[in-house]
Design a binder for this molecule. Structure first.
Ligand code: DGY
Length: 328
């Protein structure tokens, strides 16, 4: 029997068969999820499995922190196939000499498509009316049946004007004639603002003026509950809120309350605090459209994200800088 001298990589998530095959050309691949069986990792089970691994391929979970790095000192690379990397303690990885990469750009347009679709479904009450029809409750036409809010020509508010925020703004401005206002810690270059027809405003103005607010900020301690009860109270009763960022950016309990009291009209949520759990109050309000964190989930894009993570892993473990490195 010959011993493998390939570095071992642990793939912590279900993965495309083709990507596993490609990885196996360079690495000893440990893929306990195979292509279809997610594992609910605990800190202990992950630490045990990561023993001796040189690389990890992850997504928006599991959590990679100092304790894991201490338990798996052979780790040299953590490569995520997500763009959001709040599950990875970047300073701890840097201190331990572990290269970290994420998967930006390849998902921008697909995620913006979904954000726009969710915003439209929310404004036009598509999910609510579909449930009504399936329940056999459609008996007649009425002028106000599921009458929602227009999207075209309405003011689009974008909270977080990174790549995905800009792609959403472009859809709104060019495709739907929407005046675009945005709030971001740093203002865009004037030329880009002009190209997008987007105007920077402070957060309170954004909340007050947006007809449709789309949230696209990365999660960090600084953005925790960036939209809380007092912020929701600034919004128009006719406004919608769509969150495709991360759950913790919005206070879900406060949002459920605002939806129930109709101090805002409706919400579209692809991400949740503590997901895959969903705040029980959200499950009982009708004016919210909810999806299970699938904004980047077109097959082509998910494959591009996985390929990019695999390319990062190959580079990192052969001593090169990963194409989309987040450190050192
Ligand atoms: C991302 O890439 O961050 C998406 O939200 C999937 O986790």
């Amino acid at each position: 029997m010959t011993m493998s001298h390939k570095p071992r990589v642990l793939v912590t998530i279900p993965m495309f068969a083709e990507v596993l095959t490609a990885l196996a050309e360079r690495f000893e691949v440990d893929a306990p999820c195979g292509t279809a069986t997610p594992i609910d990792w605990t800190a202990d089970s992950l630490a045990a499995r990561a023993q001796g691994a040189a690389g990890l391929l992850v997504a928006g979970s599991p959590r990679i922190d100092a304790a894991l790095l201490a338990a798996a000192p052979s780790l040299r690379a953590v490569c995520s196939m997500a763009v959001g990397h709040n599950n990875i303690d970047l300073p701890a990885c840097t201190a331990a000499g572990v290269l970290v990469s994420n998967a930006p750009d390849v998902l921008t347009e697909t995620t913006a498509d979904f954000g726009f679709a969710l915003m439209m479904a929310t404004a036009r009450r598509i999910a609510e009316s579909e449930h009504f029809l399936r329940a056999g409750r459609w008996t007649h036409w009425a002028y106000d049946m599921f009458a929602g809010a227009d999207v075209h020509g309405a003011t689009l508010g974008v909270l977080g004007m990174g790549r995905i925020g800009q792609a959403i703004a472009r859809r709104g401005a060019l495709g739907f004639g929407m005046p675009v206002i945005y709030h971001n810690r740093s203002r865009l270059d004037g030329a880009i603002e002009q190209q997008l027809g987007a105007r920077w405003v402070d957060k309170a103005t954004l909340l007050r003026e947006a007809d449709h607010l789309v949230i696209v900020v990365p999660y960090s301690p600084a953005s925790h509950h960036l939209v809380a009860a007092a912020d929701l109270a600034l919004m128009k009763p006719s406004a919608t809120l769509t969150n495709i960022a991360r759950g913790g950016v919005v206070d879900d309990a406060a949002l459920a309350q605002a939806l129930r009291a109709r101090t805002i009209a409706a919400a579209g949520l692809d991400v949740f605090e503590g997901e895959p759990s969903v705040h029980p109050d959200l499950l009982t309000v009708p004016n919210v459209v909810m999806t299970p964190h699938i904004a980047s989930a077109s097959l082509r894009t998910r494959r591009a994200m996985a390929d990019l993570a695999a390319a990062n892993l190959a580079a990192a473990l052969s001593g090169q800088q990963p194409p989309t490195a987040l450190n050192p």
